[in-house]
Design a binder for this molecule. Structure first.
Ligand code: URP
Ligand code: ZN
Ligand code: ZN
Length: 459
């Protein structure tokens, strides 16, 4: 398959120029001001459009047994949704429970992804560390999983003890593995939840007060201490607030190797959404919670200054009916999560680039390149250069549309962004040279997506 994309404005994390891109087989073979079309090539006219590297979402949940239920999507729905939204590679959190064996869990998560339409990898969740764990984790790393995930929240479910955290980080340091971490202090959460419920405060609007910014900053502080003393490289997922950023900044000054992710809901939504009446607020319950809008300018400037490396989704879809409703009398029982894999890139473009908060290079860096670099996929993914995978997004900045649950591909009964306008969308998306999205519609093949084995990049 030969694809020639002509006359697009090619944007990477560092470049911005008009030119042509030739893709032969699965890779980019040539980039230049004008490339003659080989006779078997499909020619795409990208005049007036951007050509971005395929976007990488480094924090996704698809198969997720959690809070007494399961996240709603499968790879069938989530990978198609990812692709129409411009995401060509996703990294899913493999989240075994404490009673699961890591290798079995890894095989299960991998088997669920076999019909993916986009490329994918996993962060290996560590929810218990006993005598057999290290050998199993080594085997998983040998199979190309070079990042772990730990939860410093969700006590008794996914959360690890301090002994387990130390053991996990020590092993990761030995193996050159980056440890991604959900940082909140679980003891404080439990105490605050009890206090609020005892006062009759049961609605979704009390979720944020049960996990205030200090709870997150305390979790981050804890992780930074363990990272400092083990030498392990760490990555704080879904960072929502200035207090947490300041803790990471201070740790970095001390020499801790720490990277930061935020997610699209924190940049675009705030806690007032979770305060909506008639339990509507439950649609906006995630952890850490949506914050006061005062936090958002700090997040945007941290992306610009590269204190925040990546903008992911933390895609975690639970239906409003029957799933979010499990917490109708008690906010602590509302399954935590907001779906956004389909909308991340368009929302970041609309609210970041179009509003002058991000330049185009920073947009690509945060939504694609940094994730590829941090997680051992660069330069195969995350950029456009000869030899890279031909994962390309031809993006139409003139498109105007609205987000709606009626038209989304994500398998969930609501959208947190219902009726929101988007300025721009991917018109064509190629994965390793194959066109999977045309005119904004999925036209590709389920099962085309590949598992990406990654190399350790952190020492
Ligand atoms: O609320 C969230 N974030 N749900 C998904 C699980 C997690 O903590 O990442
Ligand atoms: Zn989390
Ligand atoms: Zn998550």
């Amino acid at each position: 398959m030969t694809l020639l994309i002509q006359n697009g404005r090619i944007i990477t994390a560092s470049d911005d120029f008009v030119g042509d891109i030739l893709c032969e087989g699965e890779v980019v073979t040539q980039i230049g001001p004008h490339i003659n079309a080989p006779k078997d090539a499909e020619v795409i006219d990208a005049t007036g459009k951007y050509v971005f590297p395929g976007f990488v979402d480094p924090h996704v949940h698809i198969h997720l047994p959690f809070m007494g239920t399961h996240a709603k999507d499968t790879y069938d729905t989530a990978s198609r949704a990812a692709l129409v939204g411009g995401t060509t590679t996703l990294i899913e959190m493999c989240c075994p429970s404490r009673s699961d064996q890591p290798l079995e869990a890894f095989e299960l998560w991998k088997s669920r992804a076999e019909n993916s339409a986009c490329d994918y990898s996993f962060h290996m969740g560590v929810s218990r560390f006993d005598d057999s764990t290290a050998a199993q984790l080594r085997e998983i790393v040998n199979q190309g999983i070079t990042s772990f995930k730990v939860f410093l929240a969700y006590k008794g479910a996914l959360g690890v003890t301090d002994e387990e955290l130390f053991a996990t980080l020590s092993l990761a340091k030995q193996l050159g593995v980056l440890v991604t971490a959900h940082c909140e202090n679980e003891t404080l959460i439990e105490a605050l939840q009890k206090q609020l419920l005892a006062e009759g405060k049961t609605g979704p609007e009390w979720h944020e007060p049960s996990r205030p910014t200090r709870v997150e900053a305390e979790g981050v502080h804890h992780l930074m201490s363990f990272a400092q003393l083990t030498g392990c490289h760490v990555y704080c997922v879904h960072t929502s607030c200035r207090e947490a950023l300041e803790v990471i900044q201070a740790a970095r000054l001390r020499g801790v190797r720490a990277w930061v992710e935020t997610v699209i809901p924190y940049l675009t939504l705030d806690k007032t959404y979770a305060e909506q009446p008639n339990f509507e607020g439950a649609k906006y319950v995630m952890s850490p919670p949506l914050r006061d809008p005062i936090e958002q300018p700090y997040l945007w400037s941290a992306i610009r200054s590269r204190l925040i490396s990546t903008v992911a989704t933390d895609h975690a879809p639970f239906d409003f009916a029957n799933q979010k409703e499990m917490g109708i009398d008690d906010f602590t029982k509302i399954p935590n999560g907001i779906p956004s894999i389909e909308d991340r890139v368009n929302l970041l473009y609309t609210h970041g680039v179009c509003r002058g908060r991000l330049d185009l290079n920073t947009f690509v860096d945060a939504a694609s390149t940094q994730a590829a670099k941090l997680f051992g996929l660069y330069p195969r993914k995350g950029t456009i250069q000869a030899g890279s995978d031909a994962d390309l997004v031809v993006y139409d900045p003139d498109y105007r549309g609205k987000i709606s649950s009626a038209t989304q591909l994500m398998d969930v009964d609501y959208s947190a962004y219902e009726g929101w306008e988007i300025h721009g969308r991917p018109s064509l998306v190629a994965v390793r040279g194959q066109v999977q999205v045309r005119d904004g519609k999925f036209v590709g093949n389920l099962g085309y997506g590949q598992f990406l084995a990654r190399e350790p990049t952190h020492f």
